[in-house]
Design a protein around this ligand. Structure first.
Ligand code: AMP
Ligand code: GLY
Length: 424
């Protein structure tokens, strides 16, 4: 089978790597891919990003199915367009992808279908937004409505900061059209977790549990990023919490979408806040696999990933029982100097090929291969993942590998999985 993966990040490297391991897979094309996918066995990069060209490629090359990694093509309707051409594709339609592409849509949907979430109000002008804000308690959460690569949310700890963000969005237009509306939301206290599932329209197949670290610096300080590291499993998700998340958050998405006349297919990622009494609320939805959660999760997947996606495409996820390695997988992201606000590109990456070990894997994100050398080309460059039955050992393996890697000015956290250490 020939398979196409759309995207260029660490998530897409992990997806392509896992698909390529299947004996059913002849080759995985990644569009456009990165320096890591360029070097991967049975994987080839193709320099295409526009949807019509991707459709033509899939037709000409008899692609068995396409997997979409990132949110932007999903929000542009790549799934609808492939389906119009009778091409098999794994992901949600443009309508369903609004759960991620519009925070206002997602919040209204959650309220309509009784999915627990923070109280909120939506505004499309600065005056009413500021009037409302004055009545709110601090901390307060402000979210640009549209896609903003994980940077459109501020947890404001002073009223001054909150007002300044409203100015940035409406007056200085820092998010362009994504800031045409804002959601102002009650601050929820608790512990965050990522809950990722596959949905085939009817059936839910939960992926292994995981937890992301969104802040740039140790101790969850500094600005929000796309994610600086993740580990799986996440001990905070007990079996009873798992069941509640399915019943109270995931199943209502499927039922609600059906009620709106749409079928949800593809990955669904619920960003959760678990309060101090153990109750889950949905902070956000992403209509795709998480990045960097995908990297440690797929490191633990022992079942054939091609079969899982194929079963999803044939609405047979109820027949699947994926096997997960019992060990911990811990992944640490290496970012460039200046990330997330002013990432520097084009630095040389060395030492990646010294990390040879079946239980350690370096997934690439913002890297490019030029004349057999690797250069940085994105803010988050690599995600180093290790497996071990002991979490501390997994962590040691990751940092031993990172010590061999060099990028001028590289940044990474040294406390990934700290919450698991606290829980275990
Ligand atoms: P989102 O993109 O909506 O998940 O927001 C990004 C990050 O902001 C989340 O991962 C949380 O750390 C934080 N956040 C978002 N909404 C809230 C909230 N209502 N209360 C507390 N923190 C939040
Ligand atoms: N790790 C967070 C995300 O994928 O959005």
């Amino acid at each position: 089978m020939k398979i196409l993966v759309v995207g260029s990040g660490g998530r897409e490297h992990a997806i392509a790597w896992k698909l390529a391991q299947s004996p059913l897979c002849e080759i995985v094309y990644v569009a456009p891919g990165n320096g890591g996918t360029a070097l991967e066995n049975k994987v080839r990069n193709i320099n295409i990003t526009e949807i019509p060209q991707l459709i033509a490629f899939a037709q000409t090359n008899k692609i068995a199915f396409t997997v979409v990694g990132p949110e932007i093509p999903l929000s542009q309707g790549i799934v609808d367009k492939f389906k119009e051409h009778n091409l098999k594709i794994w992901g949600p339609t443009k309508f369903c992808a609004q759960l991620e592409s519009s925070k206002a849509f997602a919040k209204d949907f959650m309220v309509k279908y009784k999915i627990p979430t923070a109280k909120y109000a939506t505004f499309d002008n600065i005056t009413t937004a500021k009037e409302y804000l004055k009545q709110e308690n601090i901390p307060v959460v402000i979210k640009a409505d549209g896609l903003a690569a994980g940077k459109g949310v501020l947890v404001a700890t002073t009223m001054h900061e909150a007002m300044a963000f409203i100015d940035d969005i409406f007056t200085h237009n820092i998010f362009g059209e994504s800031g045409n509306k804002v959601v102002i939301e009650e601050f929820l206290d608790g512990i965050e977790a990522s809950f990722i599932v596959m949905i085939d329209g009817n059936n839910i197949l939960p992926m292994a549990t995981s937890q992301d670290h969104k802040r740039l610096l140790n101790d969850d300080k500094g600005p929000n990023t796309g994610g600086m590291g993740a580990y799986s499993p996440a001990p905070i998700i007990s079996q009873s919490l798992h069941d509640r998340v399915i019943d109270e958050i995931i199943q209502p998405v499927i039922d609600g979408m059906r009620n709106e006349g749409h079928e949800y297919t593809g990955f669904l990622y619920a960003g959760l806040m678990i309060d101090h009494d153990g109750n889950p609320k949905a902070l956000e939805f992403n209509c795709r696999f998480g990045d960097p959660e995908t990297q440690p999760i797929l490191m633990r997947l022992e079942s054939d990933f091609v079969t899982l996606i194929n079963d999803g495409l044939h609405k047979k996820l109820n027949m699947c029982e994926p096997r997960w390695n019992n060990e911990f997988a811990l992944g640490v992201v290496i970012a460039t100097q200046g990330y997330p606000t002013h990432p520097r590109y084009n630095d040389i990456i060395t030492g990646v090929d010294t990390v040879f070990n079946s239980k350690v894997k370096v997934f690439h994100a913002g890297s490019t291969l030029k004349n057999d050398k690797l250069y940085t080309s994105g803010g988050r460059v690599l995600c180093v993942v290790a497996l071990d039955e002991d979490l501390e050992q997994a962590k040691q393996k990751v940092y031993n590998a990172i010590n061999k890697i060099n990028i001028d000015g590289m940044q990474y956290r040294t406390d990934i999985a700290h919450r698991a250490f606290e829980t275990l």
